[in-house]
Design a binder for this molecule. Structure first.
Ligand code: AMP
Ligand code: ZN
Length: 479
C-alpha cells in the first residue's frame, strides 16, 4: 500500500496551519494563478512559481497524486497596451487579436523556458484565457441570473452587496472597506464603488469578443474562476498565488465561484511572500527587477537561484542579493560533494558499522516533520546538513559499506525529488549525452555534416563511442 505522509499548510482563509485533506482521497487538486505574458517574468514572479513547485513536489514526494492547473493570462490591459501600438486605427478585430496573440505567444515561450531552466515541473493543464471565453461568459450569465451581477453600458459588474461573505479571505471589515484599491479606470457606472468588473465593454482600438452584453472582453478575476471550475471542478483543494493576489483578485474569485456554486469552492488558500530589493517589492513598475536571463548572464545557474529561494520559508520576505546567490551556491556544493562521496566505489570489504542507520532515520523523520509543517524548508535542509556532518565524521573513522551508502543515496534522491538541485550526476551526464546524440541526429538529417562531425568528436572527447544501428537509431557506450 502506498504510504501518504501528512502535510499541513497555512490557510489564508482561517489564518491557521491546517492538514491537507483532499476531497478525492490521495489526489490533490491545485489551481495556481499564472503569468500575464506581455514581457519577461522577473525573478520576483519566479519566486511565486518556485513556491508552487515546492508545494507540488512535496505533495508528490509525500505520496499524493497532484492535478495542477495554472492559467496563462493572455488578454489584459498591459497586453493590449503593448500589442496594439503598431496597428492602423482602422485595423480589423481579427488583426487586433492576431497582434495580441503574437505578443503573448512569444512571452509564453520565454516563460516556459524559465520554468524549465529552474526545473519547475510543467502544470498538468495550462489553459490560456482566450481559449475559454465561452465558460467565462456562461459564469457571468449565471451570476446575473442569481442577481449577483448587473450590466451598465455594455459592461457587467459583480454586486458585492449580494454576497455577504465578501471579505472573508482578506479579513476585511465590510463597513470600513477601502474602495480605492480595486477600482478600474472604466468602472464609473457601478452601483457601489467596490463592485468589480466581470465583462469590460469594448473601447476603441481594442480586440473584442461578442457577448449578450455587446462586444467586449472578460475582466481578469473572472478568468481564474471560470477556468478553475471548468478544469478542476466544483471543489478545489488548494489555490495558490503571491500575497498581492489575496485582495482583490482571490477575494473576487471566491465571490464569483461561490456565488455561482452556492457552496465553498477552495478548501485551502496558500500565498507566497514577496521577493524584495532593498526593502521594496521587486516589480516592473518600480524598475528594480532582474530576469532569470540577467542572472544567467552574470554567471549564475538557474538551479542556484531555485535553491536560494527554496532555502527560505515561502511565507517570509526575501531580500534579493548576489551575496545570497553565492551563499546558496556554497551550500549546494556541500550537498553535491557529499553525494559524490557517497557514490564513490568503496575499496575493500567493510563490516556494517550500524552507526549510520539511526542517523539516517533521524534525518528522514526530521526532514518530513519540517516539510509537513507548512513547508518549513530551512529546518528540512538543516536535517540534511546535520546528516552530512555526522556521516562525513563517521566515514573518516570507518568506511561506510555500499549498502549503507545506498540507503543514504536513496534519501538524497527522495529529498532531491523536491529540491531538484542535487541529482545523481551520472544520470544528468546521461541526459547530456542523449541531448548531444539528438543534436547530432538532427545535424545529419539536415545534411549538416560539419556539425555532425563536431558533435561526434565532442562525444568522443567525453569517452563516448557511438554505434549507428541498422534501424537508423544510435546507441552509445562508454569507451
Ligand atoms: P503577474 O505575471 O504579474 O500576473 O504575476 C505573477 C505572479 O507573481 C503573481 O502570483 C504575483 O503575486 C507574483 N509576484 C509579483 N511580484 C512579486 C514579487 N516581488 N515577489 C514574489 N511574487 C511576486
Ligand atoms: Zn488568478
Amino acid at each position: 500500500m502506498r504510504i501518504i505522509r501528512p502535510i499541513s499548510l497555512f490557510n489564508t482563509l482561517s489564518r491557521k496551519i491546517e492538514p491537507i485533506i483532499p476531497v478525492t482521497p490521495g489526489e490533490v487538486k491545485i489551481y495556481s494563478c499564472g503569468p500575464t505574458v506581455y514581457n519577461f517574468a522577473h525573478i520576483g514572479n519566479l519566486r511565486t512559481f518556485l513556491f508552487q513547485d515546492l508545494l507540488k513536489r512535496t505533495l508528490l514526494a509525500a505520496g499524493y497524486q497532484v492535478r495542477h492547473c495554472m492559467n496563462v493570462t493572455d488578454v489584459e490591459d498591459k497586453i493590449i497596451r503593448d500589442s496594439q501600438g503598431e496597428l492602423p486605427e482602422d485595423a480589423t478585430n481579427e488583426a487586433r487579436h492576431e497582434a495580441m496573440k503574437a505578443l503573448t505567444d512569444k512571452y509564453t515561450v520565454f516563460f516556459l523556458e524559465d520554468l524549465d531552466a529552474m526545473r519547475i515541473l510543467p502544470p498538468s493543464v495550462m489553459p490560456k484565457a482566450t481559449d475559454h471565453i465561452g465558460p467565462m461568459k456562461d459564469l457571468i450569465q449565471s451570476l446575473m441570473d442569481k442577481g449577483l451581477a448587473y450590466e451598465r453600458e455594455g459592461s457587467v459588474y459583480y454586486r458585492i452587496a449580494g454576497f455577504p461573505a465578501y471579505g472573508c479571505l482578506a479579513h476585511l471589515d465590510r463597513e470600513g472597506m477601502q474602495s480605492g484599491a480595486s477600482v478600474d479606470m472604466d468602472e464609473y457606472e457601478k452601483d457601489q464603488a467596490q463592485d468589480f468588473v466581470l465583462w469590460k465593454a469594448a473601447k476603441p482600438f481594442e480586440p473584442t469578443w461578442d457577448s449578450p452584453w455587446g462586444p467586449g472582453r472578460p475582466g481578469w478575476h473572472i478568468e481564474c474562476s471560470a477556468m478553475g471550475m471548468e478544469i478542476l471542478g466544483d471543489r478545489v483543494d488548494i489555490h495558490t498565488g503571491g500575497v498581492d493576489l489575496v485582495f482583490p483578485h482571490h477575494e473576487n474569485e471566491i465571490a464569483q465561484s461561490e456565488g455561482a456554486l452556492g457552496h465553498p469552492w477552495v478548501s485551502t488558500w496558500v500565498h507566497g511572500e514577496f521577493l524584495m530589493v532593498e526593502g521594496e517589492k521587486m516589480s516592473k513598475s518600480l524598475g528594480n527587477f532582474f530576469t532569470l536571463r540577467d542572472l544567467v548572464e552574470k554567471g549564475f545557474d538557474p538551479v542556484t537561484f531555485r535553491y536560494a529561494i527554496q532555502s527560505n520559508h515561502y511565507r517570509k520576505l526575501i531580500n534579493f542579493s548576489f551575496e545570497g546567490l553565492k551563499a546558496a551556491d556554497h551550500s549546494l556544493k556541500r550537498i553535491r560533494a557529499f553525494r559524490r562521496r557517497m557514490e564513490e566505489v568503496v575499496p575493500g570489504t567493510w563490516e556494517e558499522t550500524g552507526e549510520s542507520a539511526p542517523r539516517l532515520e533521524k534525518a528522514r523523520t526530521d526532514f518530513w516533520a519540517a516539510m509537513g509543517d507548512d513547508l518549513n524548508t530551512p529546518e528540512a535542509l538543516a536535517a540534511i546538513f546535520t546528516l552530512i556532518s555526522d556521516l562525513n565524521a563517521l566515514d573518516d573513522r570507518v568506511a561506510l559499506t555500499r549498502k549503507e551508502r545506498d540507503a543514504v543515496l536513496e534519501f538524497l534522491d527522495e529529498t532531491d525529488s523536491i529540491f531538484s538541485a542535487w541529482p545523481h550526476e551520472a544520470a544528468s551526464l546521461d541526459a547530456e549525452i542523449e541531448a548531444l546524440i539528438a543534436a547530432r541526429k538532427e545535424a545529419r538529417d539536415t545534411k549538416n555534416w560539419a556539425e555532425s562531425d563536431r558533435l561526434r568528436d565532442q562525444l568522443k572527447s567525453m569517452g563516448i563511442i557511438l554505434e549507428d544501428r541498422k534501424d537508423g537509431s544510435v546507441g552509445w557506450r562508454k569507451a
